[in-house]
Design a protein around this ligand. Structure first.
Ligand code: C6P
Length: 406
Protein backbone atom coordinates (compact mmCIF):
# COMPACT_ATOMS: atom_id res chain seq x y z
CA UNK A 1 0.00 0.00 0.00
CA UNK A 2 1.24 3.50 -0.70
CA UNK A 3 0.10 6.82 0.71
CA UNK A 4 -3.05 8.23 -0.86
CA UNK A 5 -2.10 11.84 -0.35
CA UNK A 6 -5.54 13.32 -1.17
CA UNK A 7 -7.13 11.06 1.42
CA UNK A 8 -4.47 11.96 3.97
CA UNK A 9 -4.75 15.70 3.41
CA UNK A 10 -8.54 15.62 3.68
CA UNK A 11 -8.15 14.46 7.27
CA UNK A 12 -6.30 17.62 8.36
CA UNK A 13 -8.71 20.55 8.58
CA UNK A 14 -5.95 23.09 9.24
CA UNK A 15 -4.50 22.46 5.78
CA UNK A 16 -7.47 24.46 4.42
CA UNK A 17 -6.16 27.56 6.21
CA UNK A 18 -5.30 30.63 4.16
CA UNK A 19 -2.25 32.60 5.28
CA UNK A 20 -2.23 36.18 4.00
CA UNK A 21 -4.80 35.02 1.42
CA UNK A 22 -2.56 32.23 0.26
CA UNK A 23 -3.01 28.53 0.89
CA UNK A 24 -0.94 27.38 3.84
CA UNK A 25 2.22 25.45 2.94
CA UNK A 26 3.41 23.92 6.20
CA UNK A 27 6.99 22.72 6.51
CA UNK A 28 7.34 22.97 10.28
CA UNK A 29 6.20 19.53 11.38
CA UNK A 30 9.41 18.83 13.29
CA UNK A 31 8.25 21.58 15.66
CA UNK A 32 4.76 20.10 15.82
CA UNK A 33 2.61 18.15 13.43
CA UNK A 34 -0.96 19.07 12.61
CA UNK A 35 -3.77 16.92 13.97
CA UNK A 36 -6.15 14.79 11.93
CA UNK A 37 -9.87 15.32 12.50
CA UNK A 38 -10.16 11.97 14.28
CA UNK A 39 -7.72 13.11 16.99
CA UNK A 40 -9.60 16.40 17.41
CA UNK A 41 -12.90 14.47 17.55
CA UNK A 42 -11.51 12.01 20.09
CA UNK A 43 -10.49 14.77 22.50
CA UNK A 44 -13.89 16.40 22.02
CA UNK A 45 -15.58 13.07 22.70
CA UNK A 46 -13.58 12.56 25.91
CA UNK A 47 -14.76 15.85 27.38
CA UNK A 48 -18.33 15.30 26.16
CA UNK A 49 -18.80 11.69 27.20
CA UNK A 50 -16.02 10.45 29.51
CA UNK A 51 -14.72 13.38 31.48
CA UNK A 52 -13.76 12.15 34.90
CA UNK A 53 -10.62 11.50 36.92
CA UNK A 54 -8.97 8.12 36.42
CA UNK A 55 -7.88 5.25 38.67
CA UNK A 56 -9.75 6.85 41.55
CA UNK A 57 -13.50 6.60 41.32
CA UNK A 58 -15.84 3.69 41.68
CA UNK A 59 -18.36 5.47 39.52
CA UNK A 60 -19.23 4.76 35.91
CA UNK A 61 -17.53 7.73 34.26
CA UNK A 62 -14.31 7.26 36.17
CA UNK A 63 -14.19 3.63 35.11
CA UNK A 64 -14.86 4.53 31.49
CA UNK A 65 -12.15 7.21 31.50
CA UNK A 66 -9.70 4.80 33.15
CA UNK A 67 -10.41 2.15 30.52
CA UNK A 68 -9.88 4.62 27.68
CA UNK A 69 -6.66 5.96 29.23
CA UNK A 70 -5.26 2.47 29.74
CA UNK A 71 -6.32 1.49 26.23
CA UNK A 72 -4.24 4.41 24.96
CA UNK A 73 -1.29 3.05 26.92
CA UNK A 74 -1.82 -0.34 25.27
CA UNK A 75 -1.79 1.35 21.87
CA UNK A 76 1.57 2.97 22.62
CA UNK A 77 2.87 -0.37 23.89
CA UNK A 78 1.86 -2.09 20.66
CA UNK A 79 3.20 0.72 18.50
CA UNK A 80 6.70 0.67 19.98
CA UNK A 81 6.51 -3.08 20.66
CA UNK A 82 7.12 -2.85 24.40
CA UNK A 83 6.76 -6.13 26.24
CA UNK A 84 4.31 -4.77 28.83
CA UNK A 85 2.04 -1.76 28.89
CA UNK A 86 3.34 -0.81 32.37
CA UNK A 87 6.67 0.02 30.72
CA UNK A 88 4.92 2.96 29.03
CA UNK A 89 4.82 6.05 31.25
CA UNK A 90 2.75 8.97 30.09
CA UNK A 91 4.43 12.36 30.48
CA UNK A 92 3.69 15.86 29.23
CA UNK A 93 6.25 15.53 26.42
CA UNK A 94 9.75 14.44 25.52
CA UNK A 95 11.23 17.20 27.67
CA UNK A 96 9.34 15.98 30.73
CA UNK A 97 10.31 12.39 29.92
CA UNK A 98 14.03 13.24 29.70
CA UNK A 99 13.81 15.23 32.93
CA UNK A 100 12.16 12.21 34.51
CA UNK A 101 15.04 9.99 33.40
CA UNK A 102 17.76 12.48 34.34
CA UNK A 103 16.27 12.98 37.80
CA UNK A 104 15.11 9.48 38.58
CA UNK A 105 17.90 7.48 36.95
CA UNK A 106 20.31 10.19 38.10
CA UNK A 107 19.18 10.05 41.71
CA UNK A 108 19.43 6.26 41.71
CA UNK A 109 22.62 5.61 39.81
CA UNK A 110 24.78 8.73 39.38
CA UNK A 111 27.50 9.61 41.86
CA UNK A 112 30.43 12.00 42.00
CA UNK A 113 32.90 11.43 39.16
CA UNK A 114 30.48 9.34 37.06
CA UNK A 115 30.17 10.14 33.38
CA UNK A 116 27.13 10.67 31.17
CA UNK A 117 27.50 10.58 27.39
CA UNK A 118 25.40 12.70 25.03
CA UNK A 119 26.17 13.93 21.51
CA UNK A 120 26.82 17.33 19.95
CA UNK A 121 23.58 17.07 17.98
CA UNK A 122 21.24 16.77 20.95
CA UNK A 123 18.25 19.01 21.40
CA UNK A 124 18.67 21.24 24.48
CA UNK A 125 16.14 18.96 26.19
CA UNK A 126 18.69 16.19 26.07
CA UNK A 127 21.56 18.37 27.27
CA UNK A 128 20.36 20.69 30.00
CA UNK A 129 18.66 18.10 32.28
CA UNK A 130 21.97 16.17 32.25
CA UNK A 131 23.97 19.33 32.93
CA UNK A 132 21.74 20.07 35.91
CA UNK A 133 22.23 16.52 37.15
CA UNK A 134 26.01 16.78 36.70
CA UNK A 135 26.06 20.00 38.70
CA UNK A 136 24.04 18.39 41.48
CA UNK A 137 26.01 15.16 41.62
CA UNK A 138 29.44 16.44 40.56
CA UNK A 139 29.28 14.11 37.59
CA UNK A 140 30.82 14.77 34.18
CA UNK A 141 29.06 15.24 30.84
CA UNK A 142 30.95 13.77 27.88
CA UNK A 143 30.03 14.74 24.34
CA UNK A 144 30.27 12.60 21.20
CA UNK A 145 31.58 14.85 18.42
CA UNK A 146 29.99 14.98 14.96
CA UNK A 147 31.72 15.61 11.66
CA UNK A 148 30.92 18.34 9.12
CA UNK A 149 28.35 16.13 7.39
CA UNK A 150 26.49 15.79 10.66
CA UNK A 151 27.38 12.16 11.33
CA UNK A 152 28.38 10.92 14.77
CA UNK A 153 32.11 10.25 15.13
CA UNK A 154 31.77 6.61 16.13
CA UNK A 155 35.44 6.04 16.91
CA UNK A 156 35.37 8.96 19.31
CA UNK A 157 32.17 7.54 20.79
CA UNK A 158 33.86 4.21 21.46
CA UNK A 159 36.73 5.94 23.20
CA UNK A 160 34.34 7.83 25.49
CA UNK A 161 32.82 4.65 26.91
CA UNK A 162 34.52 3.56 30.11
CA UNK A 163 33.88 2.12 33.55
CA UNK A 164 32.88 5.60 34.62
CA UNK A 165 30.11 5.87 32.00
CA UNK A 166 26.75 5.36 33.67
CA UNK A 167 24.37 6.19 30.81
CA UNK A 168 24.39 7.17 27.13
CA UNK A 169 21.59 9.51 26.03
CA UNK A 170 21.43 10.04 22.28
CA UNK A 171 18.90 11.18 19.73
CA UNK A 172 17.77 8.78 17.03
CA UNK A 173 17.19 11.56 14.48
CA UNK A 174 18.58 15.09 14.73
CA UNK A 175 15.88 17.77 14.70
CA UNK A 176 18.30 20.33 13.25
CA UNK A 177 20.22 18.25 10.68
CA UNK A 178 17.95 15.32 9.89
CA UNK A 179 20.78 12.84 10.57
CA UNK A 180 19.55 9.33 11.30
CA UNK A 181 22.05 8.01 13.81
CA UNK A 182 23.30 4.40 13.71
CA UNK A 183 21.33 3.86 16.87
CA UNK A 184 21.80 0.10 16.89
CA UNK A 185 25.58 0.51 16.91
CA UNK A 186 25.31 3.19 19.60
CA UNK A 187 23.29 0.81 21.78
CA UNK A 188 25.33 -2.32 21.06
CA UNK A 189 28.64 -0.62 21.80
CA UNK A 190 27.33 0.71 25.11
CA UNK A 191 25.87 -2.67 26.04
CA UNK A 192 29.22 -4.35 25.46
CA UNK A 193 30.28 -2.38 28.53
CA UNK A 194 26.95 -2.85 30.36
CA UNK A 195 26.05 0.80 29.95
CA UNK A 196 22.33 1.60 29.54
CA UNK A 197 21.15 3.78 26.65
CA UNK A 198 18.32 6.30 26.51
CA UNK A 199 17.10 7.06 23.00
CA UNK A 200 15.41 10.35 22.18
CA UNK A 201 12.92 9.24 19.54
CA UNK A 202 11.17 12.62 19.27
CA UNK A 203 12.07 12.93 15.59
CA UNK A 204 12.00 9.27 14.62
CA UNK A 205 8.93 7.59 16.08
CA UNK A 206 6.63 9.34 13.56
CA UNK A 207 8.91 8.85 10.54
CA UNK A 208 10.81 5.61 10.97
CA UNK A 209 8.94 3.75 13.66
CA UNK A 210 10.37 2.13 16.75
CA UNK A 211 10.69 -1.41 18.03
CA UNK A 212 12.09 -1.11 21.53
CA UNK A 213 12.65 -4.85 21.95
CA UNK A 214 14.54 -5.16 18.68
CA UNK A 215 16.52 -2.00 19.42
CA UNK A 216 17.13 -3.22 22.98
CA UNK A 217 17.27 0.38 24.22
CA UNK A 218 16.95 0.74 27.98
CA UNK A 219 14.90 3.91 27.93
CA UNK A 220 13.18 5.78 25.10
CA UNK A 221 11.26 9.05 25.00
CA UNK A 222 9.10 10.96 22.55
CA UNK A 223 6.48 13.70 22.36
CA UNK A 224 2.89 13.07 21.34
CA UNK A 225 2.46 16.34 19.49
CA UNK A 226 5.07 15.45 16.89
CA UNK A 227 3.24 12.25 15.98
CA UNK A 228 -0.11 13.87 15.09
CA UNK A 229 -1.27 13.79 18.72
CA UNK A 230 -2.10 16.60 21.15
CA UNK A 231 0.40 18.91 22.83
CA UNK A 232 1.08 18.19 26.48
CA UNK A 233 1.54 14.47 25.85
CA UNK A 234 4.61 12.28 25.71
CA UNK A 235 6.03 8.91 26.56
CA UNK A 236 8.89 7.50 28.56
CA UNK A 237 9.45 3.79 27.90
CA UNK A 238 11.85 1.80 30.03
CA UNK A 239 13.00 -1.74 30.64
CA UNK A 240 11.03 -3.16 33.53
CA UNK A 241 13.99 -3.97 35.78
CA UNK A 242 15.49 -0.58 35.30
CA UNK A 243 12.25 1.32 35.93
CA UNK A 244 11.67 -0.74 39.05
CA UNK A 245 15.09 0.23 40.38
CA UNK A 246 14.69 3.93 39.60
CA UNK A 247 13.38 6.02 42.51
CA UNK A 248 10.31 8.12 41.76
CA UNK A 249 10.94 11.67 40.65
CA UNK A 250 7.77 13.59 41.35
CA UNK A 251 5.65 12.87 44.40
CA UNK A 252 1.90 13.24 44.65
CA UNK A 253 -1.37 11.42 44.18
CA UNK A 254 -1.46 8.18 42.22
CA UNK A 255 2.26 7.40 42.56
CA UNK A 256 1.96 6.07 46.10
CA UNK A 257 0.96 2.78 47.63
CA UNK A 258 0.56 4.02 51.18
CA UNK A 259 1.36 7.36 52.77
CA UNK A 260 2.03 7.95 56.43
CA UNK A 261 4.33 10.26 58.35
CA UNK A 262 6.48 7.34 59.36
CA UNK A 263 6.79 5.64 55.99
CA UNK A 264 5.52 6.16 52.46
CA UNK A 265 5.59 3.38 49.92
CA UNK A 266 5.26 3.74 46.19
CA UNK A 267 2.86 2.40 43.63
CA UNK A 268 3.89 -0.12 41.01
CA UNK A 269 4.75 0.70 37.40
CA UNK A 270 3.75 2.77 35.56
CA UNK A 271 1.92 4.75 38.26
CA UNK A 272 5.08 5.25 40.33
CA UNK A 273 6.11 7.77 37.67
CA UNK A 274 2.71 9.37 37.01
CA UNK A 275 2.15 11.65 39.99
CA UNK A 276 -0.99 13.75 39.93
CA UNK A 277 -3.90 13.88 37.53
CA UNK A 278 -2.45 13.24 34.08
CA UNK A 279 -3.47 14.69 30.72
CA UNK A 280 -6.29 12.17 30.35
CA UNK A 281 -7.86 13.52 27.18
CA UNK A 282 -4.41 14.11 25.73
CA UNK A 283 -3.27 10.53 26.28
CA UNK A 284 -6.49 9.21 24.73
CA UNK A 285 -5.95 11.62 21.82
CA UNK A 286 -2.41 10.29 21.46
CA UNK A 287 -3.83 6.77 21.27
CA UNK A 288 -6.03 7.92 18.39
CA UNK A 289 -3.03 9.52 16.66
CA UNK A 290 -1.18 6.23 16.96
CA UNK A 291 -4.11 4.48 15.31
CA UNK A 292 -3.91 7.04 12.50
CA UNK A 293 -0.19 6.36 11.97
CA UNK A 294 -0.58 2.60 12.33
CA UNK A 295 -3.39 2.49 9.77
CA UNK A 296 -1.27 4.38 7.26
CA UNK A 297 1.67 2.12 8.14
CA UNK A 298 4.98 3.50 9.36
CA UNK A 299 6.82 1.84 6.47
CA UNK A 300 4.52 3.54 3.96
CA UNK A 301 5.00 6.87 5.71
CA UNK A 302 8.79 6.40 5.69
CA UNK A 303 8.85 5.54 1.99
CA UNK A 304 6.64 8.48 1.06
CA UNK A 305 8.57 10.97 3.19
CA UNK A 306 11.93 9.70 1.95
CA UNK A 307 10.78 10.34 -1.61
CA UNK A 308 9.76 13.89 -0.64
CA UNK A 309 13.06 14.45 1.17
CA UNK A 310 15.07 13.32 -1.83
CA UNK A 311 12.94 15.40 -4.19
CA UNK A 312 13.26 18.49 -1.97
CA UNK A 313 17.03 18.05 -1.54
CA UNK A 314 17.58 17.80 -5.31
CA UNK A 315 15.35 20.78 -6.09
CA UNK A 316 16.82 22.98 -3.36
CA UNK A 317 20.35 22.26 -4.60
CA UNK A 318 19.43 23.98 -7.88
CA UNK A 319 19.07 27.34 -6.09
CA UNK A 320 22.06 29.65 -6.51
CA UNK A 321 23.98 30.04 -3.22
CA UNK A 322 22.21 27.08 -1.53
CA UNK A 323 24.12 25.45 1.34
CA UNK A 324 22.54 22.45 2.96
CA UNK A 325 23.57 22.08 6.60
CA UNK A 326 23.64 18.40 7.41
CA UNK A 327 24.56 16.00 4.65
CA UNK A 328 24.70 12.82 6.67
CA UNK A 329 24.73 9.41 5.02
CA UNK A 330 21.22 8.71 6.25
CA UNK A 331 18.64 11.42 6.79
CA UNK A 332 14.97 11.70 7.63
CA UNK A 333 12.34 14.40 7.18
CA UNK A 334 14.47 17.50 7.86
CA UNK A 335 16.44 19.82 5.57
CA UNK A 336 18.36 22.66 7.16
CA UNK A 337 19.86 25.21 4.82
CA UNK A 338 21.20 28.70 4.21
CA UNK A 339 21.31 30.80 1.05
CA UNK A 340 24.51 32.81 0.59
CA UNK A 341 24.94 34.93 3.69
CA UNK A 342 21.31 35.99 3.97
CA UNK A 343 20.12 35.78 7.56
CA UNK A 344 17.70 32.85 7.96
CA UNK A 345 15.23 35.04 9.82
CA UNK A 346 14.93 37.39 6.82
CA UNK A 347 14.22 34.52 4.45
CA UNK A 348 11.80 32.92 6.88
CA UNK A 349 9.85 36.16 7.24
CA UNK A 350 9.53 36.56 3.47
CA UNK A 351 8.48 32.93 3.06
CA UNK A 352 5.82 33.47 5.69
CA UNK A 353 4.35 36.32 3.62
CA UNK A 354 4.09 33.84 0.76
CA UNK A 355 2.13 31.45 2.96
CA UNK A 356 5.06 29.11 3.60
CA UNK A 357 5.87 28.08 7.18
CA UNK A 358 9.44 27.00 7.95
CA UNK A 359 11.39 27.27 11.16
CA UNK A 360 14.37 29.60 11.47
CA UNK A 361 17.03 29.84 14.17
CA UNK A 362 19.05 27.39 16.20
CA UNK A 363 16.21 24.85 16.62
CA UNK A 364 17.11 24.40 20.30
CA UNK A 365 20.38 22.82 19.18
CA UNK A 366 22.90 25.61 19.70
CA UNK A 367 26.01 23.39 19.90
CA UNK A 368 25.34 22.39 16.28
CA UNK A 369 25.24 26.02 15.21
CA UNK A 370 28.52 26.62 17.06
CA UNK A 371 30.09 23.71 15.22
CA UNK A 372 29.12 25.11 11.81
CA UNK A 373 29.82 28.68 12.99
CA UNK A 374 26.43 29.90 11.85
CA UNK A 375 23.71 31.85 13.69
CA UNK A 376 21.05 29.37 12.70
CA UNK A 377 19.42 27.80 9.68
CA UNK A 378 16.17 27.67 7.80
CA UNK A 379 14.57 24.32 8.41
CA UNK A 380 11.98 22.71 6.20
CA UNK A 381 10.57 19.63 7.88
CA UNK A 382 8.32 17.12 6.21
CA UNK A 383 5.28 15.17 7.37
CA UNK A 384 3.01 12.68 5.67
CA UNK A 385 0.59 15.40 4.49
CA UNK A 386 3.20 17.30 2.46
CA UNK A 387 3.39 17.08 -1.33
CA UNK A 388 5.87 17.56 -4.17
CA UNK A 389 3.75 20.53 -5.31
CA UNK A 390 4.39 22.20 -1.96
CA UNK A 391 8.11 21.56 -2.36
CA UNK A 392 7.94 23.19 -5.80
CA UNK A 393 6.27 26.19 -4.16
CA UNK A 394 8.99 26.39 -1.53
CA UNK A 395 11.72 26.20 -4.16
CA UNK A 396 10.04 28.86 -6.34
CA UNK A 397 9.63 31.16 -3.32
CA UNK A 398 13.27 30.68 -2.27
CA UNK A 399 14.47 31.35 -5.81
CA UNK A 400 12.54 34.61 -5.74
CA UNK A 401 13.94 35.55 -2.34
CA UNK A 402 17.51 34.76 -3.43
CA UNK A 403 17.10 37.09 -6.42
CA UNK A 404 15.68 39.85 -4.19
CA UNK A 405 18.78 39.72 -1.98
CA UNK A 406 21.28 39.36 -4.84
N1 C6P B 1 11.99 19.88 18.92
C1 C6P B 1 11.78 21.38 17.04
O1 C6P B 1 11.26 22.32 16.43
P1 C6P B 1 9.13 18.79 23.45
O2 C6P B 1 9.36 20.27 23.34
O3 C6P B 1 9.24 18.29 24.85
O4 C6P B 1 7.90 18.35 22.77
O5 C6P B 1 10.31 18.09 22.62
C2 C6P B 1 11.64 18.35 22.90
C3 C6P B 1 12.53 17.73 21.87
C4 C6P B 1 13.39 16.71 22.26
N2 C6P B 1 14.17 16.09 21.37
C5 C6P B 1 14.16 16.41 20.08
C6 C6P B 1 15.04 15.66 19.13
C7 C6P B 1 13.31 17.43 19.61
O6 C6P B 1 13.31 17.73 18.31
C8 C6P B 1 12.49 18.12 20.53
C9 C6P B 1 11.61 19.24 20.09
C10 C6P B 1 11.15 20.91 18.32
O7 C6P B 1 12.79 20.80 16.62
C11 C6P B 1 10.82 22.04 19.22
S1 C6P B 1 12.25 22.91 19.79
Amino acid sequence: MSINIEEVRKQFPILETQVYNKPLVYFDSAATTHKPQRVIDKIDEVYKTLNSNIHRGVHYLSNQATLAYEEARNKVQGFINAEHSHQVIFTSGATAAINLVANSFGETFINEGDEIVVSTMEHHSNIVPWQLLCQRKKAVLKVIPINQDGDLEMEAYKSLLSDKTKIVAVTHVSNALGTVNPIQDVIDLAHEKNIPVMVDASQSVQHIGIDVQKMDCDLLVFSGHKIYGPTGTGVCYGKEDLLNQMVPWQGGGEMIHKVSFTETTYNELPFKFEAGTPNIAGAIGLGEAIDFVSELGVDNIAAYEDELLQYATNKLMSIEGMRIIGTAKKKSSVISFLINDIHPFDIGTLLDRMGIAVRTGHHCAQPIMDLYEIPGTLRASIAVYNTKEEIDQLVAALTKVAVMFA
